[in-house]
Design a protein. Structure first.
Length: 408
């Protein structure tokens, strides 16, 4: 199957969240028939609610800067599914992606015909199996592996990691993970393995107590590593951590904690922290235009929105702010809107091409301009003057579509 056909089939499997089927039996059986490629690599397994992708990106950048040959698996993608599987800092090619898909798909179909699988693997299970297969065929030193959702029953939770990392835990996907921080933390803690060291980012007390209770090996709390001499500006931060200088090129106060967590994880792996400064991670307070200034940010839950609002207040107070906003209908849009929209002179409501998207008319922003595609919203945002700053946010799906239009 070629790349276009592979992507079409993956999308035909349905939305990743809506069709999620939690459990490890299907992915375990599929991987057994594929030769258990997940056993071929050294893994750093990363779970959490916010900052997983950024922390993974910083970890991978640090490992690669130290001369290691790396793999990186993250989700969702912004523009192309190939972004999810990266080798030595680069996304796999469309042809590589198609070859991996074809092998996993053909194996899945055979197992279904033989009655060895009850259901076709989901989108996420399929791409996860593809990633394991692709990584196993490369001579990689370490692979950084991001959990899709939760941890305990996530398709990535079939590896035996060298190190586990849990980024800040907050409320998200409560339908699947539970309605309390303790329940959510218990799901995230499901990646912890006996004897495997772990690094826990700064957590709400309720979440931290659960992580400590579930720890099965030695663990490090990031809060025990004091941040010193912090310098923070609109484009990133610089600070010291036990005598080590850390340069974080990702913007926002929240990225300081992600950088601290990544730095501690690199220390645990015996690798220099300096490589964090080379991190590139699109769609997270990413500045892609100057006149008008346009910034993309994938804030899609309450904690992420809180961080974005703090960033706007800190660095853009007094500026004429426009916000392009689209969100998934399972999010707490009322609370997020209350945090963000009072900071804006104008709100442009939109919806990405996603079955989970909330119709723009239902976004609680009185007087907002209503657009029905991200393309329309971007065209309207481009009418902003040079004195404006435009934030495009609410969902990584919105950010991905906007980025594809704005970055030519």
């Amino acid at each position: 199957m070629n790349y276009a056909a592979s992507v079409r089939f993956l999308y035909s499997l349905g939305n990743e969240i809506q069709t999620a089927k939690f459990g490890l039996e299907r992915i375990t059986r599929l991987l057994e028939v594929l030769g258990n490629p997940q056993r071929a690599c050294r893994w750093v397994h990363v779970a959490g609610t916010n900052g997983k992708g950024s922390t993974c990106a910083m970890l991978e950048a640090g490992l690669r800067a130290a001369g290691l040959r790396t793999g990186l698996y993250t989700s969702p993608h912004l523009v192309e599914p190939t972004e999810r599987i990266r080798i030595a800092g680069a996304s796999v090619s469309p042809s590589q992606f198609a070859d991996l898909f074809t092998e996993v798909h053909d194996t899945s179909e055979r197992l279904l015909e033989e009655g060895d699988l009850d259901l076709h693997p989901t989108y996420f299970e399929t791409v996860t199996a593809m990633a394991f297969l692709g990584f196993a065929r490369e001579e990689l030193d370490t692979v950084v592996l991001e959990v899709g959702m939760g941890g305990r029953l996530d398709a990535t939770n079939v590896v035996t990691p060298t190190l586990c990392v849990i980024t800040p835990i907050d409320f998200d996907h409560q339908v699947f993970l539970g309605n309390t921080l303790a329940q959510i933390a218990a799901e995230k803690a499901g990646i912890l393995k006996a004897g495997t060291p772990a690094v826990f980012a700064a957590q709400p007390p309720e979440a931290e107590s659960v992580l400590r209770a579930h720890a099965k090996g030695p663990y490090t709390l990031s809060r025990d590593w004091a941040i010193e001499d912090l310098l923070l500006n609109a484009r990133g931060s610089r600070f010291r951590l036990r005598g080590h200088e850390i340069v974080c090129p990702l913007a926002g106060q929240h990225q300081v904690e992600n950088a601290r967590t990544a730095a501690i994880a690199l220390h645990e792996l015996g690798v220099s922290m300096a490589g964090i400064g080379s991190t590139q991670w699109p769609g997270r307070l990413e500045r892609i235009s100057q006149r008008p200034e346009i910034i993309l940010d994938g804030a899609h839950n309450l904690a992420g929105t809180r961080a974005l609002a703090e960033y706007i207040r800190r660095f853009y107070s007094g500026r004429r702010v426009w916000i392009v906003y689209g969100v998934m209908r399972d999010k707490d849009v009322g609370e997020m809107a209350a945090l963000l929209f009072p900071l804006a002179e104008r709100v442009i409501a939109t919806a990405p091409d996603n079955s989970r998207a909330l119709p723009p008319e239902k976004i609680p922003a009185p007087g907002a301009a209503i657009t029905h595609t991200v393309g329309e919203a971007v065209a309207l945002a481009r009418q902003a003057g040079p004195e404006h700053v435009v934030f495009i946010t609410g969902s990584l799906f919105v950010v991905g579509e906007a980025r594809a239009l704005l970055v030519q």
